[in-house]
Design a protein around this ligand. Structure first.
Ligand code: ATP
Ligand code: MG
Length: 604
């Protein structure tokens, strides 16, 4: 494992994406130009009867519906749907639901939601109905009939056999990296015997594990994946889509290439750990195409390095453990690296797309620093998010000479500020200054440290968009804790008025009026883990949990933030990017999450 990348300027990195190069080359060479596509998945005959495929390339995103998607899946989604979009193609949304028992509708719905939220869809023009769209949402379990037929075809051609060795013998006879495997005693059975046996398997005459169907390739192959891989196993289990229709189920390595071919995928993109499976992927599809079952040209598999990011974990099992043991509030806890978690935290689809783009597609495994995600978020929101003032850790500031200057303690001075400094079209925010305002507790120091330019007795600062004030002291309770900061307003220094600059100050602080501020629950999130690689080398990742990953305060918001809808993002001046919580926020009881600060506090 290489060290975490410390490159703090991802925007300057030119991402390598070898997949684009491959697709460009294929398009230039016309590799897939003469392809027919029937509009729905199917075998060679089915597609031959269809028109030429209007999609120049077909990719797919094929999750197993057995959990919530995480940031690594987001990368794969952006890559597959993004390549199809950029090259005039279609990306299929396919559930790889060939494994009974584990799948649940909750996960199917969650996955579809996540892909849509990221900005992608699977509707594309219908080959048979010009001007209309058709959904390209597929379920691998609907190909079980074809898979079974393909298996019988291989048996008939002596390319597959039923093996009745015990699982232990099978494992032993597979050999290892240095020792070739040994042929099974069942390897030489006749196709007719194998076919009969396989039909018994299908008819439910044998117990789970009693036998498997294996490809007949080469037990001495240097690639262990070619040493007669298993194609079908017996599993008396109910499937969420096909019920009890089947008691044998295809292995992933057999099912996946077939799914790609039936859907006429051109570029089948997966992560590097499948590289050694590619020879079998090709072997299987070529044999089935020779037999006339699958249409040429066949899909090709390409592998890229998975996304590894510091300060998170992406193993579904470990994420589940965090949820089950209550270390987080659920799959959508804003500290989780799941797509639902990132979404609730406030990360935008655009920021995740930007991250996927900037991390490119490469053949070498590497680590991306978590700061890349925050940088992408800031790059996305900087130009979009409305600005506002908020006080996160409030203490009251009292302007003692207020009625002297303005005639009454109840007087308020109208102030305004642009909603966005570079976008005048977004208009002005209105708020007002009164005798009492909320300021940040750490903007006052009774004994200022060196270089402190904010409030301390005798010092002047500007209340942003308001007046210059001069600190006169503070009030304390019996325990010596500061309960209020005292100051006086300096007349004729209001921002935007002619005399505003007559008094020079080094510090400008943000504030919210006590009379018009809105109380809000602020949830300040930080990284869930305090170690860069929390689960490296089998380490106990729970011991790396960051105890300070969440803190909750009651803060105050400027009045322009009244009646906010949920899922609304803004920049709190000086503090960073925030979002109203999707789940808990109410217009009359604001709940706001910190997405990230304005600068990275971790890597520097
Ligand atoms: P995990 O092991 O993290 O649970 P998985 O591979 O079992 O993930 P699938 O549902 O099979 O999950 O994955 C769907 C797609 O997402 C696959 O094509 C897979 O290669 C891709 N994918 C999963 N994790 C990552 C990652 N970290 N980076 C890039 N792609 C990923
Ligand atoms: Mg998987």
């Amino acid at each position: 494992m290489s060290a975490p990348s410390s490159d703090a300027n991802p925007a300057a990195v030119k991402p390598a994406n070898f997949l684009r190069t491959i697709i460009e080359r294929d398009l230039e060479a016309g590799t897939y130009a003469g392809r027919h596509f029937a509009g729905t998945p199917g075998d060679a005959t089915h597609h031959a009867a269809g028109p030429l495929d209007a999609a120049r390339v077909r990719t797919r995103f094929p999750p197993e519906p057995n959990g919530y998607l995480h940031i690594g899946h987001a990368k794969s989604i952006c890559l597959n749907f993004g390549l199809a979009r950029d090259f005039g193609g279609v990306c299929h949304m396919r559930f790889d639901d060939t494994n009974p028992e584990k799948e649940e509708q909750e996960y199917v719905d969650g996955i579809l939601d996540a892909v849509r939220w990221l900005g992608f869809g699977w509707d594309a023009p219908d080959a048979h109905a010009p001007g209309q769209n058709r959904s390209h949402l597929f379920y691998a379990s609907s190909y079980f009939d074809f898979m079974y037929r393909a298996a019988e075809h291989l048996i008939e051609r002596s390319l597959a056999y039923v093996d009745e060795q015990t699982p232990e013998d099978m494992r032993r006879n597979r050999g290892d990296f240095t020792t070739p495997g040994t042929d099974s005693p069942f390897r030489s059975r006749s196709p007719a015997d194998n076919l009969a046996r396989f039909r018994e398997m299908r008819a439910g005459q044998h117990a789970d594990g009693a036998m498997v169907l294996r490809a007949k390739i080469d037990m001495a192959s240097p690639n262990i994946n070619l040493r007669d891989p298993a194609l079908y196993r017996i599993k008396h289990a109910e499937h969420h889509a096909t019920g009890t229709a089947w008691c044998i189920y295809p292995m992933y390595t057999f099912a996946h290439p077939i799914e790609d071919a039936l859907e006429r995928i051109t570029h089948s993109i997966c992560t590097l750990e499948f590289e050694d499976q590619r020879p079998f992927y090709d072997w299987l599809l070529e044999r089935l195409a020779e037999g006339g079952l699958l249409a040429q040209p066949l899909p090709k598999q390409y592998e890229f390095a998975r996304l590894n990011m510091t300060y998170i974990i992406t193993s579904k099992r470990k994420l589940k453990q965090l949820v089950d043991e209550g270390h987080v509030s659920g799959w959508d806890d804003p500290r989780m690296p799941t797509i639902v978690g990132l979404r609730r935290r406030g990360y935008t689809p655009e920021s995740l797309q930007l991250l996927a783009e900037r991390t490119g597609a490469s053949k070498a495994n590497s680590w991306i620093d978590y700061s890349w995600l925050d940088i992408a978020l800031r790059d996305d929101l900087e130009g979009k998010a409305a600005r506002a003032m908020a006080v996160i850790d409030p203490i009251k500031l009292v302007l003692g000479n207020w009625s002297e200057v303005f005639g009454s303690d109840d007087h308020t001075e109208a102030c305004s500020a642009p909603a966005h400094p570079q976008r005048p079209e977004l208009g002005q925010r209105q708020f007002s200054l009164g005798r009492e305002v909320w300021i940040e507790r750490d903007d006052f120091a009774e004994q200022p440290p060196k270089g402190f330019f904010r409030l301390f007795p005798g010092n002047k600062v500007r209340l942003k968009y308001g007046y210059v004030i001069e600190c006169t002291g503070c009030e304390k309770d019996a325990d010596g804790r500061i309960t209020a900061v005292l100051a006086r307003v300096v007349p004729d220094t209001k921002s935007g008025t002619p005399g505003a600059d007559s008094v020079k100050v080094k510090g400008v602080i943000t504030w919210v009026g006590v009379h018009d501020g809105i109380a809000a629950e602020l949830r300040l999130y930080d990284r869930l883990f305090s170690e860069a690689q929390p689960d490296a080398g089998g380490k106990d990742f729970l011991s790396a949990l960051n105890p300070a990953s969440k803190s909750v305060t009651t803060g105050y918001l400027e009045p322009s933030l009244r009646d906010l809808p949920a899922d609304q993002r803004f920049q709190f001046e000086r503090h960073g990017y925030f979002v109203t919580d999707r789940i808990d926020h109410r217009a009359d009881r604001p709940v706001i999450n910190r997405i990230t600060g304005l600068k990275d506090g971790w890597t520097k």
